[in-house]
Design a protein around this ligand. Structure first.
Ligand SMILES: Cc1ncc(C[n+]2csc(CCOP(=O)(O)OP(=O)(O)O)c2C)c(N)n1
Ligand SMILES: [Mg+2]
Length: 354
């Protein structure tokens, strides 16, 4: 189903299947995907409002990239596979089992939920660009050495792919045939730096050849195509056939994060064009055509998403307020002598009861 430029697509922007396409996702699974996408979009709106009220710290929305994140995450099995994130993939963390309450507490500056539950195979979000990628390869290689069946999904942006860590991680992953999927979200911007400044290659996925593994480029606004390409990559990893670099071509339809004002650099016509390719509307149109989507159904699902978010916020508000000394918790299993001394000093000064 590749277009002339090689970008894999199953659903056209109108929501119609491409000629000859057979969706790998059944209807129930597509509805499940849409549910996650709507929850993500509703959370983006709520979190933006709470940040503006001073209740949340800096926050990066997923808006526009929901199909890329949800379609890829659904192709894995969170019971055995690991997720190593960047910072713009909330629905994937939830699919992996992170309680939304924990994410809300983190955004509220309360570290009580900073520790990821032991049974959730998820690493913390990473702001230092591409620093997560060597860790992701280490986990994948470790799973392989231990003879476990799990694979790793790691996310990063096209901007992060200009970092040395990206190349080093891919190189090693190729050499040891690590069971990993490098999922590059090409949302066309790295804050204010446009895509063209990151690489002269036609597609970021073309770089995979240089590391000796498979590269695929997919329409990142097409839930069905993203799922299918990622599923193939997971199966490749499970077979022992090594890594895949997937480039999901999408668009960041909102600000980089809440400190950013994209109207200063983003051409308005580009954003208008991107809005015509909205990934949620595409899935809705597909399901409507199949008689599975209606105004009532949409209302119900949006209402359920809003209630889930409100319940998680209420739950987060029950948590004890943060104490300054908690910044020492969950960093190392045991504090170093210097850290212990600093903690004692802080306890002495703050009246914090630890
Ligand atoms: C090593 C490093 N350099 C610079 C930054 C500042 N910075 C934070 S996000 C960002 C843009 C990242 O773009 P991309 O990887 O495309 O991800 P996106 O935000 O578009 O999802 C930059 C430059 C950083 N966090 N880390
Ligand atoms: Mg980007």
């Amino acid at each position: 189903m590749a277009d002339q430029d090689g970008v894999y697509q199953v659903l056209q922007p109108s929501g119609k299947l491409k000629a000859g396409a057979k969706p790998a996702l059944d209807d129930e699974f597509v509805l499940e995907g849409l549910r996650w996408m709507l929850l993500s979009r509703a959370f983006d709106a709520k979190a933006t409002a709470l940040q503006r009220q001073g209740k949340f710290g800096v926050f990066s929305p997923v808006l526009g990239q929901e199909a890329a994140v949800v379609g890829s995450a659904l192709a894995f099995d969170p019971r055995i596979d690991w997720l190593v994130p960047q910072y713009r993939e909330l629905p994937a963390y939830l699919i992996w089992g992170l309680p939304l309450r924990n994410h809300i507490l983190t955004l509220s500056g309360n570290p009580v939920a900073g520790r990821i539950p032991d049974d959730v195979k998820l690493l913390p979000t990473q702001v230092a660009l591409a620093a997560q990628l060597p860790h992701a390869v280490g986990i994948a290689w470790g799973l392989q050495i231990q003879g476990r069946e799990g694979a790793v999904l790691t996310y990063f942006g096209e901007g992060a792919s200009s970092e040395g860590d990206f190349h080093e991680a891919c190189n090693l992953a190729g050499v040891v045939k690590a069971p990993i999927v490098f999922f590059l979200q090409n949302n066309q911007w790295a804050i204010s730096t446009p895509r063209a400044y990151q690489s002269a290659a036609a597609h970021f996925s073309d770089r995979a050849a240089g590391y000796g593994f498979e590269g695929r480029v997919v329409d990142g606004n097409d839930l069905l195509a993203v799922y299918e390409v990622t599923r193939e990559a997971v199966e490749r990893a499970r077979r022992g056939d090594g890594p895949t670099l997937i480039e999901a071509v999408t668009y960041r339809m909102s600000f980089h994060n809440t400190t950013d004002n994209p109207s200063r650099y983003q051409p308005p016509e580009e954003l208008e064009e991107a809005r015509l390719l909205d990934p949620i509307e595409r899935v809705e149109a597909y399901l409507r055509e199949r008689g599975l989507w209606s105004v009532e159904r949409e209302k119900e699902m949006k209402q359920a998403a809003a209630e889930e978010i409100e319940a998680a916020i209420a739950e987060a508000q029950q948590a004890p307020p943060p104490q300054p000394s908690q910044i020492f918790d969950n960093v190392f299993a045991e504090l170093t002598p210097r850290q212990a001394a600093q903690r004692d000093e802080m306890l002495g000064r703050s009246g914090d009861d630890g």
